[in-house]
Design a protein. Structure first.
Length: 123
C-alpha cells in the first residue's frame, strides 16, 4: 500500500513539474520594444532581486537583440582553486498578449514587467 501511495505521489510531482515547463514553452520569446532607460532599469532591478539582491550591471542593449540573459561565474568568484563553477544562471524574456514576462530558467519563477516587449524571432 505504501509503495502504491509513493508511486502516485511521484507521478503527481512529475506531472506538476512538466506542466510548469510546458507553460513556459508555450510563451513566445520576446525582446524589449525600446531601449528606454526605464525599461533597462526595471529589468536590472528584477534580475538583481531574483539573484538575492546582488549588484549587477547589464549591457545597454540587454534584451534588444536576444531574449536570453546568461550569468556565468568568473574565476574571481571562485573561492578555492579547482572549485566547480556550477551552472550558469539564465533568464529569458517572454511575451504573452500585451504582457512582458521575465522567467528564470529552466523552471524558476516569472515576473510581470511594465516594460513593453515584442515577439522575437527564433534565437
Amino acid at each position: 500500500m505504501l509503495t502504491k501511495i509513493s508511486l502516485i505521489f511521484m507521478a503527481m510531482m512529475g506531472a506538476g513539474c512538466g506542466a510548469q515547463q510546458t507553460s513556459l514553452e508555450l510563451l513566445q520569446p520576446a525582446l524589449l520594444a525600446d531601449s528606454e532607460p526605464q525599461s533597462r532599469s526595471e529589468v536590472q532591478r528584477v534580475v538583481s532581486e531574483a539573484m538575492g539582491g546582488i549588484e549587477i550591471h547589464l549591457s545597454p542593449n540587454v534584451f534588444l537583440e536576444n531574449s536570453l540573459l546568461v550569468f556565468d561565474k568568473t574565476p574571481r568568484q571562485m573561492r578555492l582553486i579547482g572549485r566547480d563553477m556550477g551552472r550558469p544562471i539564465k533568464f529569458k524574456l517572454f511575451w504573452e498578449g500585451d504582457r512582458c514576462w521575465l522567467a528564470r530558467l529552466p523552471d524558476g519563477p516569472r515576473w510581470a514587467l511594465e516594460a513593453k516587449c515584442v515577439p522575437a524571432g527564433q534565437d
